[in-house]
Design a binder for this molecule. Structure first.
Ligand SMILES: *Cc1c(COP(=O)(O)O)cnc(C)c1O
Length: 234
């Protein structure tokens, strides 16, 4: 896998998809999902000009963050995995974004644990949009209540919503979930006009075209940049 080449290719794809639906190409940000990948791959992406990386596992993410801090390389780190409350301090201490917030209790912990010398932690509320079986994400009806609680936490900054719809190759099904997310995102912005709500994180390798068509502002791409993941070594 030529990481530099793949990054360019995906940026070009995002650009084309945006043009097709008459959106500015800088309205969709690319998050490079580097879970299970070595720091050497992240360094390659950084040298190709990429700054924003997503990690799913707390310990692995923190090790990578510390590695690059020690080198004096400033990257932007997004936590995108499920978070157990006993690991919240590591996320609050090291990450710049937390995309999978779905409980008041975790929000309160992150707020208390965010170091005072750091900018507020950017958070996205994760919505359980299509997969009722999944334990991650809150029901759409619970969004505004959680957002109200977050609004009162000074060390968190509510930036928007995130979703991982149930995987399907059916475009109509994909768009159904993403349109629901776009409507919720509008509702959130209108209800909290004074919050910097600007991020709708949806779309992965398989469903990026539908996500961009429906208003995604951040796509999360792993395999198509770094190649298949090998979990056997873990
Ligand atoms: C792993 C992961 C991705 C990237 O998935 P790919 O299929 O490798 O592009 C995106 N979002 C989340 C939340 C993930 O866990």
């Amino acid at each position: 896998m030529n990481i530099q080449h793949q990054l360019q290719h995906i940026q070009q794809t995002i650009h084309t998809l945006c043009e097709q639906v008459h959106r500015p190409s800088n309205s969709v940000k690319l998050l490079a999902v580097s879970k299970t990948k070595p720091v050497s791959d992240i360094l390659t992406a950084y040298q190709a000009g990429h700054i924003a990386f997503g990690e799913n596992y707390v310990q692995e993410g923190v090790e990578k963050i510390q590695h690059f801090e020690a080198q004096g390389i400033k990257l932007e780190w997004h936590f995108i995995g499920p978070l157990q409350s006993n690991k919240s301090r590591l996320v609050a201490t090291h990450f710049d974004w937390m995309q999978t917030l779905d409980r008041v209790k975790i929000a309160q912990r992150l707020n208390e644990q965010r170091p005072a010398n750091k900018a507020p932690l950017n958070v996205l509320i994760q919505i359980n949009i299509s997969d009722e079986e999944s334990k991650s994400g809150i029901a759409p009806e619970a969004m505004l209540e959680l957002a109200k609680q977050i609004e009162n936490l000074p060390h968190l900054r509510l930036r928007g919503l995130m979703a991982i719809p149930a995987p399907t190759t059916d475009i109509t099904e994909q768009e159904k979930s993403f349109k629901k997310m776009a409507a919720l995102f509008e509702q959130l912005k209108q209800t909290f006009p004074h919050q910097p709500i600007d991020t709708l994180s949806m779309g992965m390798s398989e469903d990026m075209p539908s996500a961009i068509k429906c208003g995604s502002t951040m796509v999360r791409i792993g395999t198509a940049i770094f190649g298949e993941r090998d979990y056997s070594a873990k």
